[in-house]
Design a binder for this molecule. Structure first.
Ligand code: GTP
Ligand code: MG
Length: 452
């Protein structure tokens, strides 16, 4: 891993009051000293005012504030200088140019954080949490990212890891004296200890569906017969008139997607073309798109207008619902029009009117609890598995723990059984990033922004 001085703009380019440049690596103070006049590396973390000059031409670029963070007490763990320039496009770009001319290299996306990981300032879960916090739109996303950044997830894994190491210690006698039958290995304690770590790992793994939804947003597909009021409901949930609403069936032809926060949780809402034997080519293409979205949905919001007693109930809707694998929240729309009481849909439907607002709060709540279950219920922040990378590592640890138990009960010698425990520990180490291979790191940092 290189530790040459790197520099990047840490704030987005654009019109703003100030901008922040970050410079870090071995020799960062020398680079800064070529541009900042005066330059004060000490006292550390003390902001000073300086003129930023181009090192070659000595042209005045900006009047700036700067602070130095000496290794290892910096974000990256290397010597770091943070320079606050005036905002906008010109001054930060010219300052960046001056620092490059003074010997720094332009940083790659996430390179500062990658160095922080390399220098042991943070672990890989914290690095991921940093990216998640930056990307967080919904309050629940922000809370969970922050909890992970504060080592909530890491310390849970530390505890599980110690549990596995302890388990290995419990069978140590068997490993050292394999030929003795009645060693002091307490089978009940081994079993209890195994149960504890196994349920810990399994419990974390069980949070994966909700956790991954928390990161990506739950995909909610609004479906139902034409003219049911799907687009009206889509607009009401978004709070803006995004989709066209008319009294004609078949208004929506294409799927429309929008992001929305409901009860602090992130959702991606999709309004679709009403499902029916198509009237036109365009509409049937739209219906095809709807079906594809339905296949990917985390949740289906099924809308039906109130039933009119004299119209026979069509079973098409029930057949449609029977084919779905995603959970369904049923809505009876146009509740303000209803003249007869709703006669029992199977599965209670939320009755909603976009005209009076009736039922919208209940519907929002039903969406949050259906998509985020446990997370929506608990006020306290528990670690959750938010990435496929986490899920794969925990699944590997779980499989190794199970293989250990199978090996023990089959009477396989303790040293061989213990290799499964070591593999389980290895999976947790990789998850937390103690031993993450380069390609894993590349994948994690690829999505980072420059300057982070
Ligand atoms: N009274 C009343 N009318 C509603 C309500 N919601 C929708 N409508 C009316 O129902 C008609 C159809 O609404 P849309 O939202 O376009 O229905 P849709 O399901 O998207 O229809 P398609 O896109 O054609 O499948 C419009 O005339 C709406 O004004 C409601 O809560 N109350
Ligand atoms: Mg529509």
């Amino acid at each position: 891993m290189l530790s040459d001085p790197i520099v990047a703009l840490a704030t987005p380019p654009g019109r703003s009051a100030i901008a922040l440049l970050r410079l870090s690596g071995r020799g960062a103070f020398d680079v800064a000293a070529r541009c900042l006049h005066p330059f004060r590396a000490a006292p550390a973390r003390r902001v000073f005012r300086a003129r930023l000059l181009h090192p070659d031409t000595e042209e005045l670029i900006d009047d700036v504030l700067a602070a130095c963070y000496a290794a290892p007490a910096s974000y990256t763990g290397d010597d770091t200088v943070e320079i606050t320039t005036h905002g906008g496009l010109g001054a930060p770009a010219a300052a960046l140019g001056a620092l490059l001319a003074a010997g720094a290299r332009a940083a790659a996306p996430g390179e500062f954080t990658r160095r922080a990981l390399h220098n042991g300032r943070i672990d890989l879960l914290q690095a991921e949490a940093t990216a998640d916090l930056i990307d967080a739109g919904a309050p629940a996303q922000r809370r969970h990212a922050l909890h992970q950044l504060e080592r909530g997830f890491s310390s849970r894994l530390d505890a599980l890891r110690s549990g596995i190491v302890e388990l290995e210690a419990l069978i140590a006698y068997d490993i050292d004296f394999p030929e003795e039958d009645d060693g002091p290995v307490d089978t009940a304690r081994v079993e209890a200890s195994w149960q504890r770590v196994r349920s810990g790992v399994a419990g974390l793994l069980a949070t994966a569906p909700e956790g991954e939804r928390l990161r990506a947003g739950a995909l909610v597909v609004i479906a139902g017969p034409p003219n049911a009021g799907k687009s009206s409901l889509f607009n009401a949930l978004l709070g803006v008139e995004r989709a066209i609403v008319t009294a004609l069936p078949g208004t929506t032809r294409d799927a429309i997607e929008a992001e929305v926060v409901i009860e602090d949780f992130p959702f991606r809402l999709v309004d679709t073309a009403g499902l029916r034997a198509a009237a036109s080519v365009v509409e049937s293409l739209g219906i095809e798109v709807s079906r594809r979205y339905l296949g990917a949905a985390d949740l289906v919001l099924y809308c039906e207008p109130p039933r009119v007693p004299e119209v026979p109930h069509s079973s098409a809707g029930e057949r449609f619902l029977a084919d779905l694998t995603a959970p369904v929240v049923r809505v009876t729309t146009k509740a303000d029009l209803e003249v007869v009481p709703p006669d029992g849909h199977p599965g209670a439907a939320v009755r909603v009117s976009v005209h009076t607002g009736q039922g919208l709060a209940a519907l929002r709540h039903a969406l949050a609890t259906t998509a985020f279950g446990r997370l929506a219920g608990g006020g306290d922040v528990e670690p959750v598995v938010t990435r496929a990378r986490h899920r794969a590592a925990l699944a590997r640890a779980l499989a190794e723990l199970d293989a250990f138990r199978t090996a023990r009960s089959a009477g396989i010698d303790a040293a061989a059984a213990a290799t499964h425990l070591r593999a389980a520990t290895g999976a947790l180490d990789e998850l937390i990033g103690v031993v993450a291979p380069d390609d894993v790191l590349d994948a994690v940092f690829r999505s980072f922004c420059v300057g982070k």
